[in-house]
Design a protein around this ligand. Sequence first.
Ligand code: BTN
Length: 267
Amino acid sequence: MNNNKLIKICEEITRQKSIIGCKIYFHETLESTMTEAKNLVKSKSEEGTTVIAEIQTNGRGRLGRNWISPKGGIWMSIILYPNITPEEVSLITLAAATAVCTVIEQLYNVYPCLKWPNDIILNGKKICGILTEGSIGPDGLDYAILGIGLNLNFDNSNLPEEIKNLASTVISETGINFETEEVLRLLLLELNKAYKSFLFDREKILRLWESYSTTLGQNVSVVFDNRTITGTALRITGEGHLVVFVDETGEEIEVDSGEVSIRPPMK
Ligand code: BTN
């Protein structure tokens, strides 16, 4: 990324008194921005501190998966200290996902959608994933690290063969090449708005998330806690959990994290 452009982004964020991106650490290569952000927490970095890497050599996804992170993507982690319960951490993921959708929709004039809990889908393929890791202490949540991986300006041929039919990149799906720095700028500003809504107006985040949802109302199977349930995805709770009506038993189960497949598979 271009250093001067990054400096301009920092200046704008300071002018706007935004929390998100109040301090930005940019690295050409890191193993994972999550690990680096955690190290920064130890040195008492302020809320909103953002770590960005041009390339990650050991990017991490949910459920212990790798996250392929070549040049051209936006790989970043943001340090947050919200005054919330550990159960509410998933809402941060949902809030961030709405920010990503808003930016993609406004810039590219395409319609991404959201698969609970953290997948941003364009043309049926995952183009962005969000990983929020919380650290819980004796008094509740100590901090959360919000990690965002946006497959932006690299060809989807860079993605591993086994996920090529499931994942893609914004440029491959839209054919449009917006400058990575410009997308980053808009994303940081939008994330700031979403974080404020998360803190002060949760309903807004939940309604926005629902408006992008491709999960609610669908037949789903959900893998969580080593079990699989199938049924209908009914609603999202105030804590961002998914409520599923289980076909077999007729009960409603609330899932706080898991892997959702929509049946029949999305086209
Ligand atoms: C997922 O599995 O969908 C979540 C992917 C999260 C990837 C991002 S890239 C920036 C940050 N650093 C990491 O190592 N992972 C997250």
